[in-house]
Design a protein around this ligand. Structure first.
Ligand code: SF4
Length: 480
């Protein structure tokens, strides 16, 4: 088992990327770093880039492989060291990584940039970046579907994100900053009042800089943890943003055990047109194993209620690789979900810190079969007329896979595309929320406090950061 990484002085320039890549080969422990030191013993990776003579040596359990290349252009060193590492790891019996040497969370964005800058882009993606044919096809599908949406954006059209970071209980695989439990839920009322104040600040910014709200997304956590009257007040507040003609208005209803008819009516009457009802699995034993505290029957009832209230566009999340889920039960789960005909299905892959309780409970078996499950999902969903329209990866994601949003034709979420591709300014309210300021090329961020208690106790201090948002728009007043 590899425990140490050694670098010569030049290769150390790329240590961050080389560490991220080697971690994709499922190394479950802390790695020691050494610079300019020759390794001894075994269980290490050693990277050298001496005057264009590149080499990677991987010693694991007493067996050592070295791969070498001569590269003239120093700007190609990082890519080549990554490729040499992959070749060594494969010789050691590791499966090729589906996304090759790409380690970032937005592979589609990167692949799109390759198409814009390289003549033989597909060759480069396949043979230099080592992206598998299957993932390249997936990325190409997503790029094709996103194009018409990306063509409709403008710098003064923004999205608004509202964070409700509370859940009635905590699912045991959750890595999101969501507060649950009695103590945390007591904070909701205070949090909610301050959230409305933060929205006042944004409404003022939108008016002063003549911005146009294009989409609104109320996310969580579980926004339907709020009461129906709080949802009413939230929607009233959002009315101050002139949202009557926005293109998309989403609220995550999320957990079926929080969904009631009066809450859905509050959302519908306020203009919400897209909601999420997220089963994560359509198998009761899996729901129980991950602490979801609702049943498949409740998922079906939530769909019935949403349809009765008049929601046509429903998104449903499902997770590949959950404990107690087999490849066969995942396939059945997905079929049952398709029978409910949501317009969007988002297939997540389990992402778990290896130090987490769930990982300790299930060990290395966790996430097993996720690759076959996501392949099944692609095949089944595309056959049923769903198209992949956005995609992202997370740290610690099982089998180095990805999360993919699928939609029926014409039901792609503009907000999801914009946030994943970093192509629109998003004003984000609430704790854990991150405002993104897009200048046509780059995104800068203004980040809110992570936890509700900090958001409440440091609200004024946090809002001093809004000056950065104003500065951004001050300097962009001439934008089209
Ligand atoms: S509902 Fe979602 S955000 Fe809430 S605890 Fe479960 S996984 Fe986390």
């Amino acid at each position: 088992m590899i425990k140490s990484l050694y670098f010569d002085n030049t290769a150390y320039e790329f240590a961050y990327e080389l560490e991220r890549l080697i971690r994709n080969f499922s190394l479950p422990h802390k790695l020691e770093f050494y610079t300019d030191k020759i390794p001894g013993g075994t269980d290490y990776a050693y990277y050298c880039a001496d005057n264009g003579n590149l080499s990677v040596t991987v010693s694991d359990n007493g067996i050592t492989y070295t791969e070498t290349a001569h590269i003239a252009d120093p700007s190609d060193y990082e890519t080549e060291l990554c490729r040499l590492l992959c070749r060594c790891m494969e010789k050691h019996g590791h499966a090729p990584l589906p996304w090759g040497i790409l380690t970032g969370v937005r592979p589609v964005k990167y692949i799109r940039s390759i198409y814009e800058t390289h003549d033989n882009a597909e060759d480069y993606i396949r043979n230099t970046l080592l992206v598998s044919d299957r993932k390249l096809k997936l990325a190409n599908d997503v790029i094709r579907l996103q194009k018409p949406v990306l063509d409709t954006l403008g710098l003064k059209k923004i999205s608004l994100y509202v964070s409700i970071p509370f859940c009635p209980s905590r699912c045991c695989y959750c890595s999101f900053v969501s507060a649950s439990g009695e103590g945390a839920l007591k904070l909701i009322d205070n949090y909610f009042e301050l959230l409305l104040k933060e929205l006042d600040i944004y409404a003022d910014i939108v008016r002063r800089y003549s911005l146009k709200v294009d989409t609104v997304y109320i996310g969580g956590g579980t926004p339907t943890t709020l009461s129906a009257s709080q949802l009413d007040r939230l929607i009233d507040k959002l009315g101050e943003f002139d949202i009557a003609n926005i293109r998309e208005f989403t609220a995550e209803a999320g957990r079926p055990d929080t969904i009631t008819e009066d809450k859905l009516r509050a959302l519908k009457n306020g203009g919400v047109r897209r909601i999420s009802i997220n089963p994560q699995s359509m198998n009761d034993n899996v729901l129980q194993a991950v602490g979801r505290r609702h049943t498949v029957k409740q998922v079906c009832e939530a769909f019935d209620t949403a349809r009765k209230v008049g929601f046509e566009c429903i998104n449903s999340d499902i997770i590949a690789g959950l404990p107690a889920e087999t490849e066969m039960s995942f396939e059945q789960s997905l079929k049952r979900l398709c029978d409910l005909s949501p317009k969007n299905i988002t297939v997540h892959t389990l992402s778990l810190k290896r130090s987490s309780a769930l990982f300790r409970q299930f060990g290395d078996d966790i996430g097993k079969g996720a690759e076959n499950m996501t392949d099944t999902a692609y095949d089944m969903l595309t056959e049923k007329g769903y198209l992949p329209y956005y995609l992202y990866r997370q740290k610690n994601i099982a089998d180095n896979l990805e999360n993919v949003g699928y939609c029926k034709d014409g039901f792609e979420s503009i907000y999801n595309i914009c946030i994943m591709e970093d192509v629109q300014t998003i004003l984000a309210a609430g704790c854990g929320a991150s405002t993104k300021l897009y200048d046509g090329k780059n995104v800068s961020r203004v980040i809110n406090y992570k936890y509700p208690y900090e958001y409440i106790s440091r609200f004024e201090l946090m809002n001093e950061r809004k000056r950065e948002i104003e500065d951004f728009f001050e300097s962009k007043l001439t934008l089209a």
